[in-house]
Design a protein around this ligand. Structure first.
Ligand SMILES: NC(=O)c1ccc[n+]([C@@H]2O[C@H](COP(=O)([O-])OP(=O)(O)OC[C@H]3O[C@@H](n4cnc5c(N)ncnc54)[C@H](O)[C@@H]3O)[C@@H](O)[C@H]2O)c1
Length: 309
């Protein structure tokens, strides 16, 4: 029995619930939002959709206790409107959401794997891990997964190839101190120093193009959801299946003494071994800068928590 909880049913949470139900990826779904009407409406809509399906998902709403035996909890709470102010505008409000949500999840007896989508991703994932008191391997964030896929796509477009030919990772901090680790990027096994498919690739331009897609999406839609939902489903499949996926998640990385986005394996036990690739010294220093920025955000959340006590 595959059981998944989703907390936060906005653009991301509701699209994820839709895709899980309509592609038969889940047997039991627990949907929770601070807005009761939204949860009731989404349940009714998804149940109506199931009339066209040969599969069936049991949907429970607004019940933290139902998370007890869930395999995976996806956290997608927040207020995407705040992103119009600045990239990290959700920090304090999502920190407060963690303080509301974590005790209720803990009380349910949930002992599965948490995949956090809420931003700022690394700091909120770390704060969730602290407040839930689950082992760090069971609390990961989507991290720089989407940034990495945008980077791969920018490389692929410049080389006029498909992005499946490109590997390599963005490290650091999603939307903040992002580190394009060009030392890890290859196209069909070849690094970017030589021309690829007859094209000389300029790393500065690639970085700008990678960010541009995010800008277009936010400018046009006011939020982004499709890419993060599709990759979340890939990660869910790795956790519920028998294989392993390598993605740059927000994980506890002892080398940086805290949470940072770093390539890692993910499997049925949660975070597996991190991929320890040889970074250029300048890249390694940039990841350290990102880890420090994340630590500063966590300190702000912890101070807020103390003030509220
Ligand atoms: N890391 C990524 O790649 C990535 C991509 C897209 C969105 N995000 C982040 O994911 C989060 C969700 O994005 P969205 O576009 O769905 O936002 P949204 O504003 O559309 O929806 C957020 C939902 O969370 C709910 N919520 C807020 N606080 C809550 C609480 N305490 N308890 C229960 N529900 C609560 C709200 O009622 C709302 O329905 C945001 O933090 C956003 O920045 C991250």
């Amino acid at each position: 029995m595959r059981k998944i909880g989703i907390i936060g049913l906005g653009h991301v949470g509701r699209l994820l619930a839709h895709d899980l139900v309509t592609t038969d990826k889940v047997d039991q779904l627990v949907l929770i939002d601070q807005d009761d009407d939204l949860a009731v409406g989404l349940k009714a809509d998804l149940e109506n959709a199931q009339t066209a399906l040969m599969t069936s998902t049991t949907i429970t709403i607004q019940d933290y206790a139902a998370l007890k035996n869930a395999d995976i909890l996806i956290t997608a709470f927040g207020d995407s409107q705040l992103l119009k102010e600045h990239q990290m505008a959700e920090l304090t409000r999502n920190g407060q959401a963690v303080e509301e949500i974590a005790p209720r999840v803990k009380q349910s007896g949930f002992s599965g794997i948490v995949l956090n989508i809420s931003d700022p991703n690394e700091a909120i994932t770390a704060y969730l891990q602290q407040q839930l008191a689950l082992p760090p391997k069971q609390v990961v964030g989507i991290g720089t997964t989407i940034d990495t896929m945008r980077m791969r796509q920018a490389v692929a477009k410049a080389a006029q190839l498909s992005s499946q030919n490109v590997s390599g990772f963005v490290y650091g901090q999603h939307d903040g101190e992002k580190v394009f680790a060009w030392s890890t990027v290859t196209v069909n096994g070849q690094n970017l120093e030589k021309s690829i498919n007859g094209h000389h690739l300029d790393q500065n331009k690639l970085g700008i193009n990678a960010d541009l897609d995010n800008w277009y999406t936010l400018n046009g839609l006011g939020y982004n959801a499709s890419a993060v939902v599709v990759w979340t489903i890939q990660i869910i499949s790795a956790i519920l299946g028998s294989g392993e996926l390598s993605v740059p998640l927000a994980i506890y990385q002892p080398q940086y003494e805290g949470y940072v986005s770093f390539p890692t394996l993910i499997n049925r036990n949660g975070q597996g071994n991190p991929l320890l690739l040889n970074l250029y010294p300048v890249e390694e220093a940039a990841v350290k800068t990102a880890a420090n920025a994340i630590q500063q955000q966590i300190a702000i959340l912890q101070q807020g928590g103390e003030e509220n006590d």
